[in-house]
Design a protein around this ligand. Sequence first.
Ligand SMILES: Cc1cc2nc3c(=O)[nH]c(=O)nc-3n(C[C@H](O)[C@H](O)[C@H](O)COP(=O)(O)OP(=O)(O)OC[C@H]3O[C@@H](n4cnc5c(N)ncnc54)[C@H](O)[C@@H]3O)c2cc1C
Length: 508
Amino acid sequence: MNKRTESRSIVIIGGGLGGLAVGSYLLMNGFRTHILEQANQCGGVAVTWDRKGYRFDGATNYLPGSSPALNAHNIIGEIIDLHKLRFYDYPEFIRIEHEGEVFRVYTDAERLRKEMLRIAPEDRKVIDEFIGAVKRFGAFNLPFEKAPETFTVIDALSFLAKNFPLLMFRQKWGTISVERYARRFRNRAMRAMFQQIFPHHEHFAVMAPIAPLGWMNRKVAGYPLGGSLKIIELMEERYRSLGGTIEFFKPVKQINVKDGAATGVTCDDDRVYDADIVVSAADLHETLFELLGGAFTPRGFVKRFESYHPFSSLVQVSLGIKRTFDGEAEKLNMPLDKPLHMGNHTARDMMVRILNFDPVYAPTGKTSVIVQLRTEDCDYWCALRNEDRNRYNQEKQHVAEVVTESLERRFAGVRKNVEVVDVATPATYVRYTRLWKGAHQGWAPTPGVIGRPQPKTLPGLRNFYLTGQWESPAGGIPAVIAVGRQVAQIICKREGKRFRGSVEGKGK
Ligand SMILES: Cc1cc2nc3c(=O)[nH]c(=O)nc-3n(C[C@H](O)[C@H](O)[C@H](O)COP(=O)(O)OP(=O)(O)OC[C@H]3O[C@@H](n4cnc5c(N)ncnc54)[C@H](O)[C@@H]3O)c2cc1C
């Protein structure tokens, strides 16, 4: 092993899944890593919490790569001990209830075709085309094993040859929005409900819903039993077992730079951590404009903040309910009883996750239910919390009441069985993770953005790297693992080392 690089020390900002992933890959390659996390635990946006016997988890719905049939499985397996995970395959991706009609979005593509034809027999041509795309996408491997920044000419040519069908697919399905594609349906109900497969994400490229439907049809994107907490525990276990260290309650306030190179970081408590290399796995906007003070933000990045669309923010009402929901879909989108005005945003429907398929969430006979309302007005909640805490709390209570009333109408008797209510707002997300605009999965996969590689280094700043969900639009667990892998590959290449994706020394 190269002695010079063996002792290179790396500070990683952020102990979300992105920080843990890049840390593990760097440790496998002989670097020393130390994670500084501002919160009291790892996990970032995938955080899970317990209240009175109920567990609330708003994140992990499914893990692409749950089966070896998808190449992501091998990569995830480098960072997560998959032998310790069991998976559940949903029969329905989501059930949409809209103006008296019900659309069951089955994960089996042929059942889905029949369901769409039941609702919109006049749209057979569009339905057949869409189902064909779902089936085709499921067969693709994901082209993220190697960082494009480390490609030789031969690598680039073989990448193009190997992934040509996927690139063509992306050219067609990754450049048209869900909303525009939905206009092809003549049936009014189908046109509306198609846009709710990902509720309120009609500006996404239509490839965004095609991807999970394609994977689920092939049964390669199951839900990991134990949810986000299990994933965080396994990733933290992997990182620590490789010798990585973590400090909590350590908000970084500045990335230190000398002569055009990062030299370490300074935390809020003024403690300085010197390092040979700094990797930021924290929010992108915070990294560029706060920690680096905007000094190394090339025009391309500024343009992204002007033209890309971040994910919406979330208001999450978590309910502990003393009853079961047998026979109900695991996820449904349903109307609210009355519109909820939240600043400049009005919510008219809500997404409900009934976590009755995993025993970790509630004792027998009880159910943890997560309701999510999407909003583009994160600033409203942050300002309200800062300026008027009483009104902020009243607003949270009002949201919880409207949500509970709406659930009562749909599931008679729910109200009297509610044992726990917990409301998180975009201000909660910002406080716990420092996310820009509360964008819970970074850049949205809008037309033309989906699959586009994002720069992991900044011009004029040596020894500094970016990783995490903002580096791969749409985010996701496999994405942050893959980006961490690619950042480690780039660092290895620059340090003259051969990258290893395992500790056993098998080069991958
Ligand atoms: C509602 C929801 C549903 C999801 N569903 C799925 C799914 O079904 N499947 C899937 O694969 N993925 C899913 N994801 C996405 C996945 O969970 C995320 O993409 C991933 O966890 C992001 O990890 P990250 O480390 O890049 O970012 P983050 O989680 O944001 O981590 C960044 C970390 O940096 C810390 N930090 C920030 N600033 C500082 C600072 N100055 N100093 C120190 N620390 C700092 C934060 O506290 C945080 O811990 C979902 C996410 C959400 C929120």
